[in-house]
Design a protein around this ligand. Structure first.
Ligand SMILES: [Mn+2]
Length: 289
């Protein structure tokens, strides 16, 4: 595992933190995996695969904004300690006007990211891409499980919208209904075949996007610990991202739950391409707003 590469380091010069809009924060946290393992290998594999990207994403060159790769987050402590370290890395990036791009690691990483944002922004909402609702209060005895991350964010009074869900417990269905959590489940999106998502008018203007890669269909990104059939396809996924961010400001994003498969480059390159395309959406979104 090479921890010395920079995201897209093959194509762009090493950029100082001050000169880069995008701060890639590798957070290889893996403490509460419930099925397949390997998310701790995610950030290094994604950064390695990014060496193969073209700088032009098909629309613009996100690398023109500068990409800085932060040193790997120290994930040796407890889940609580690790979340705290992630939170402070994210808040210091945001405080200096940067876009944090955190690479997991398990979905609990996002709890740290949202804490970091909360210390800087009064008002923002989260867009969650995921196969799973992640609304459990505790899972396997822990409130810091990846299956609980959106419940923790709910408790922080941060509004959110779930996209691509197709695995949810009866208790989570009740919780979601009782609390009127906005959701666009995968089966509903495909029943309508409409990927233009319109958020409620009172949804915050600032949005943070968390992409659990299992939100996409496993045929698109098979490298993940808890795969679930029936997910979003490549172009449909980006259509939803563009529609939720139109007229809003993306303040950061993360890509989590990626677990590389040995000798299978398709998954990791697709993950790297997804991260880079998201940077492209952020770049064009900033130009438009
Ligand atoms: Mn998740």
């Amino acid at each position: 595992m090479n921890k010395n590469l920079n995201f897209l380091g093959s194509e762009i010069k090493e950029t100082s933190p001050d000169d880069a809009l995008f701060h890639v924060i590798p957070a290889a946290m893996e403490k509460s995996v419930s099925y397949g393992t390997g998310t701790s290998m995610g950030p290094a594999a994604l950064i390695a695969a990014s060496q193969q990207l073209e700088v032009y994403d098909g629309y613009s060159c996100p690398s023109d904004e500068g990409i800085y790769t932060h040193p790997f987050i120290d994930c040796r402590g407890s889940a609580e300690e690790t979340v705290k370290i992630i939170s402070s890395a994210v808040s210091s990036a945001v405080n200096s006007g940067k876009i944090p791009v955190t690479l997991g690691g398990e979905h609990t990483v996002t709890y740290g990211c949202v804490q970091g944002l909360k210390s800087v922004y009064d008002d923002f909402g989260v867009i969650q891409y995921d196969a799973h609702a992640d609304l459990r209060d505790t899972y396997e005895g822990s409130g810091y499980s990846h299956a609980c991350v959106m419940r923790r964010i709910f408790e922080m009074n941060v509004p959110f919208c779930q996209i691509g869900i197709r695995s949810i417990s009866p208790a989570e269905v009740n919780f979601r209904n009782e609390n009127r959590i906005i959701h666009h489940d995968a089966k509903d999106l495909y029943a309508k075949n409409d990927f233009n998502i319109i958020l409620p008018a009172d949804f915050p203007r600032n949005i943070y996007i968390t992409v659990d890669v299992d939100g996409l269909d496993p045929s698109v990104i098979p490298g993940t610990g808890t795969p679930e059939p029936g997910g979003l396809f490549w172009y449909d996924f980006f259509k939803t991202v563009e529609s939720v961010s139109a007229g809003r400001k993306i303040i950061g994003f993360d890509v989590v739950e990626f677990a590389p498969i040995e000798n299978f480059h398709t998954a990791e390159f697709t993950g790297a391409r997804l991260i880079y395309n998201m940077m492209g959406i952020v770049q064009r979104n900033r130009r438009a707003v």
